[in-house]
Design a protein around this ligand. Structure first.
Ligand SMILES: C[S@@+](CC[C@H](N)C(=O)[O-])C[C@H]1O[C@@H](n2cnc3c(N)ncnc32)[C@H](O)[C@@H]1O
Length: 288
């Protein structure tokens, strides 16, 4: 009899060659259908044919270099379990922190006491926009992405969100362009994790060979999209509105310099590793 315990040990050995034996727990959980904490409860169970086939498929893909998250087909982000595949960027822990920073900003400007309007630009899997809708029940969220493929994933994730999804509108197009003109000057929070990698920058093959290029690269200095978003945001924000934009730590001074003439107050907030990670630009300047 083949048990999940035996296959867990074999999977650890196979993944040792990739330097990621710890991923065996994730893969065996997925193949056996046991949720993470339930795994110890099924380890002595006999493996079914279907379970064995699922494990083989996942291990072959992982050994071919596909990221674990795509192989599993879903990944946790804050309170969500998001479907992910190679149409979208894998949601990162840094972005969970940036989302938390944005929610704090929303609370500071009264987001728990009144209805607020939030825009998530480049929503990808929907990670940020859907989290905002779920975690702050008085928000109306407009999320955009230029990739129809990414939006299909965001739609699938919205479908699994329940009631909160009724407060989310997903639109296809470049940055602010698909949004209704009536939102101009009305928005409380613009949040984005745009592409910010410089063209030609070295990335691990697991990223560059599998994640969508349009989710990663943004011109020669990586700032093409950040610049567009910072320059366009003031027109959409209301007077106490805030822009929160994820950045790469070494970009912080340049990003701050772009934002300073356009906002009353600009700070860069750190991530959990204390690296500069989120532009927080408050009170847009009205240029006559
Ligand atoms: C870094 S990914 C972020 C995805 C998701 N928000 C997250 O944090 O996991 C950037 C996203 O921006 C989208 N994107 C790229 N260019 C865009 C544009 N001009 N307008 C709107 N979205 C764009 C990509 O398709 C991708 O989904």
């Amino acid at each position: 009899m083949v048990t999940w315990r035996k296959l867990l040990a074999e999977t650890e050995q196979r993944l040792e060659r990739l330097g990621t034996p710890h991923e065996a727990n994730w893969i065996i959980s997925e193949a056996s259908g046991a949720e993470g904490p339930e795994l110890p409860l099924v380890l002595e169970d006999e493996v079914t044919e279907g379970g064995m086939a699922r494990l083989d498929r996942m291990l072959s893909r992982r050994e071919a270099g596909e990221p674990l998250q795509y192989v599993l087909g879903h990944w946790g982000f804050r309170e969500l379990d998001l479907m992910v595949d190679d149409r979208v960027l894998i949601p990162r822990p840094e972005t969970e922190t940036v989302t938390g920073i944005a929610l704090d900003e929303l609370d500071r400007i009264g987001g728990r006491e009144r209805e607020t309007t939030v825009i998530d630009l480049g929503t990808g899997s929907g990670a940020i926009g859907l989290s905002v809708a779920l975690e702050r029940v008085r928000t109306r969220v407009f999320a955009t992405d230029s990739s129809a493929d990414a939006l299909a994933v965001a739609r699938a994730n919205a479908a699994g969100l329940g009631r909160a999804a009724s407060r989310v509108t997903l639109s296809e197009g470049s940055w602010f362009s698909p949004l209704p003109e009536s939102l101009k000057g009305q928005v409380d929070l613009v949040i984005s994790n745009p592409p910010y990698v410089a063209l030609g920058a070295a990335l691990p093959p697991e990223v560059s060979d599998h994640e969508p290029g349009r989710a990663l690269y943004a011109g020669s200095d990586g700032l093409d999209d950040v610049r567009t978003i910072i320059e366009c945001a003031p027109e959409w924000l209301n007077d106490s509105g805030v822009l929160v934009c994820e950045l790469s730590p070494e970009q912080a001074p340049a990003v701050q310099a772009i934002a300073e003439p356009l906002f009353g107050e600009v700070v860069v907030a750190p991530d959990l590793n204390d690296l500069p990670r989120a532009l927080v630009a408050r009170e847009p300047v009205r240029i006559p």
